[in-house]
Design a binder for this molecule. Structure first.
Ligand code: GDP
Ligand code: IMO
Ligand code: MG
Length: 426
């Protein structure tokens, strides 16, 4: 019963969507296991761009069943809009399956996210303001509404009423928002949204296990990334779910024994959106160059991503946290014109060298990068498809990273297009 996990090893936007699109060719099912429409995954196929938020990145193959599993929080209107956009582009979304256990991101979640960020001022987290944090908070507080409740009007009404009993006073008294009327909201969801969403809703645990029992290869897709993980990331500047590979078990309802491959996705440099510490952050024209060549602007929010040099300390830690069996390196072509390229190989904190992330946030904030500088290859890689065609200095960069990280880089991406990648090794 073989299964793979694709997981981000940095702060997101590593190119997970495009790597999943490459790897999904070998799978029959692609299962998203956490996050929500805070994600933005870009696929570029035959010059056409697909920006996915909730729908798994395997959707473009008609032999793949895309599954949104229980660990994901779903804004149903965003899901329906995404389906409509894909169908306008000729993609059949009738194969999409959504777990009846998925929690809904409701309008009051989004309002609370936005208002709370505004209220925090300089202390804000820089969330995507999509309501993801409040939706996961309600799930843990047992005040959430699930997909299955859309099919059970009395329960849906009861759950919405209970949630608003809790939220309306916060919205009104703390934020000066008028609040939401439970009956109006429930009527709208049950009459307008439920009939459109319910056809996709199934028991995804059975679906996934039936496929595993047939011996099919499944790919589990993480959103966000290791250092946005609510347990293992740079808390509190994290998302409210667990993107790490281990959560694929909880987020989809499978045991750990089914996985034989964990693909860590790494960008050849690093970016972060939103607030929080960033050891290798660049504030100079080199950073601007990474942003401009790498087009580092958020897929959903349009925010400029903060750029920095590759941080091997973080990725080493990510390899441990996820149990990566191999890596996929993306955006190597973005470095094509750089005369020299830096890699952070260790942190120096109060005179002590760290090869892994310090345990405490206060230490992380003090970390200074220890860099090794490598010569750039100064050659266009975007049309290369064979490992033998890679210039020596590009090979040296990839091998240097492998040496630092101790895990093989099996896939190297040299452009956003579906075909722009090179397979290394067996
Ligand atoms: P994700 O959230 O991890 O799926 O990544 P995003 O889609 O948010 O951001 C990655 C961006 O880089 C997208 O615009 C991709 O089209 C683009 N991209 C992915 N791989 C490559 C690559 O190898 N080279 C270049 N130049 N762009 C890439
Ligand atoms: P993909 O899947 C990059 C960041 C936000 C913010 C923090 C919390 O495309 O890699 P949230 O809205 O989740 O409560 O915001 O997490 N963030 C992402 N950054 N890529 C993402 O997704 C992200 N999803 C959330 O910018 O710092
Ligand atoms: Mg993204």
């Amino acid at each position: 019963m073989p299964a793979s996990i694709a997981v981000g090893t940095q702060w997101g936007d590593e190119g997970k969507g495009r790597v999943v699109d490459v790897v999904a060719k070998e799978a029959t099912m692609v299962v998203r296991y956490q996050g929500g429409h805070n994600a933005g995954h870009t696929l570029v196929v035959d010059g056409e761009t697909f920006a996915l938020q909730l729908i798994p990145s395997g959707i473009l193959y008609d032999f793949v069943t895309p599954v949104i599993a229980n660990g994901v929080v779903v804004e149903p209107l965003v899901m329906l809009a995404e389906i409509a956009t894909l169908e306008r582009k000729g993609v059949d979304c009738s194969r999409l399956k959504v777990s009846s256990h998925c929690h809904l991101v409701m309008p009051y979640h989004q309002a609370l996210d936005e208002l709370s960020e505004a209220r925090l001022g300089d202390a804000k987290l820089g969330t995507t303001k999509r309501g993801i944090g409040p939706a996961y908070a309600d799930k843990a507080a047992r005040l959430g509404v699930r997909m299955e409740h859309l099919d059970d009007p009395p329960t849906f009404r009861r759950m919405i009423a209970a949630a608003l009993l809790d939220k309306n006073p916060i919205l009104r008294d703390i934020h000066g928002h008028p609040g939401f009327d439970p009956d109006e909201l429930a009527d709208h969801y049950l009459t307008e949204i439920a009939p459109k969403v319910l056809p996709y809703v199934v028991d995804t645990v059975s679906l996934v296990h039936d496929a595993l029992e047939r011996g099919e290869r499944l790919l589990f897709e993480g959103a966000q990334a290791t250092f946005l993980d609510v347990d293992h990331g740079t808390y509190p500047f994290v998302t409210s779910s667990n993107p790490v590979a281990g959560f694929a078990t909880v987020g989809a309802g499978v045991g750990p024994g089914v996985f034989d491959q964990v693909i860590g996705i790494v960008k050849a440099y690093i970016t972060r959106v939103g607030s929080g510490p960033f050891t290798t952050e660049l504030f100079d024209e080199t950073g601007d160059k990474l942003v401009e060549i790498g087009r580092e602007y958020g897929v959903n929010t349009g925010r400029r991503r903060r750029p920095g040099w590759f941080d091997a300390v973080m990725v080493r830690q990510a390899i441990r946290l996820n149990g990566c069996t191999e890596l996929a390196l993306t955006k190597l072509d973005v470095l094509d014109t750089f005369e020299s390229i830096k890699v952070c190989v260790a942190y120096e904190i109060d005179g002590v060298e760290f090869r892994y992330l310090p345990d405490r946030f206060t230490d992380l904030e003090k970390a200074k990068p220890v860099y090794v500088e490598l010569p750039g290859w100064q050659q266009d890689l975007t049309n290369l498809r064979e490992v033998a065609d890679l210039p020596d200095l590009a090979v040296s960069y990839v091998e240097f990273l492998e040496d630092q990280l101790g895990v093989s880089i099996r896939l190297v991406c040299v452009g956003p297009g579906r075909e722009q990648y090179i397979v290394r090794g067996p």
